[in-house]
Design a protein. Structure first.
Length: 211
């Protein structure tokens, strides 16, 4: 994978409205696929004497589309989906006084602390959506390119970066096959990077250019 720039994608553990759990389950968890070891969930059930219904999704868009028919107690969307859920009143602000086992200063890795400091500054310095009001940073990832080294050279990637995706043909003349993850955030991030634009401080004219 070629890392062009680090894109911080914050997923979150949310404080949610008291929705009724489906069937006979005590807790309904809605998370990204393959993000949790099912053995851990089974141990949690055994330790606390509860039954957990563990549901998964593969993108924020998939998550948002399922919410009309899916009830949950805990959910793990990422950044922009949190704001949409808050606007639609599908989540409530977190009551941090009830979280005795979480400390912002000691329980976050360095990469998330940097983002958290920025989020705090943004929340205090200007009007807008307060992400920390509804979510706790949980993890982050990298947007990158996976490529077949027998077809695409590292030299091409180093030279063209994200614009490599725009080339319709390989060096041997064969047609290039490009597959992208079905995520609006990822697609726009790639387009912004290809246009030499920032993916954090995004302006309206940058969005138009990326589109």
């Amino acid at each position: 994978m070629k890392k062009s720039r680090l894109a911080l994608l914050i997923s979150s553990l949310l404080a949610l409205p008291p929705l009724s759990s489906c069937g006979t389950y005590d807790l309904v968890v809605f998370n990204w696929g393959e993000y949790a070891d099912m053995d851990v969930i089974r141990k949690f059930e055994k330790k606390y004497g509860v039954k957990v219904n563990y549901l998964t999704f593969d993108s924020n868009e998939n998550l948002l589309s399922k919410l009309d028919t899916t009830h949950f107690d805990i959910c793990f969307p990422s950044d922009y989906a949190i704001e949409e859920l808050a606007v639609k009143e599908k989540i409530k602000p977190i009551d941090y006084s009830r979280l005795s086992n979480f400390n912002f200063e000691t329980d976050l890795v360095d990469g998330l602390k940097v983002s958290l400091d920025k989020l705090k500054a943004d929340s205090l310095g200007k009007e807008g959506f307060d992400l920390l009001k509804y979510s706790i940073p949980y993890t982050y990832g990298v947007i990158g390119i996976l490529y077949n080294k027998n077809i695409i050279s590292k030299e091409e990637l180093d030279k063209y970066g994200w614009n490599t995706l725009k080339n319709p043909y390989n060096e041997d003349g064969s047609k290039r096959k490009v597959v992208m993850y079905d995520s609006a955030r990822d697609v726009f991030s790639v387009a912004l990077l290809a246009c030499d634009k920032d993916i954090v401080e995004v302006k309206d004219e940058d969005i138009k250019l990326a589109t």
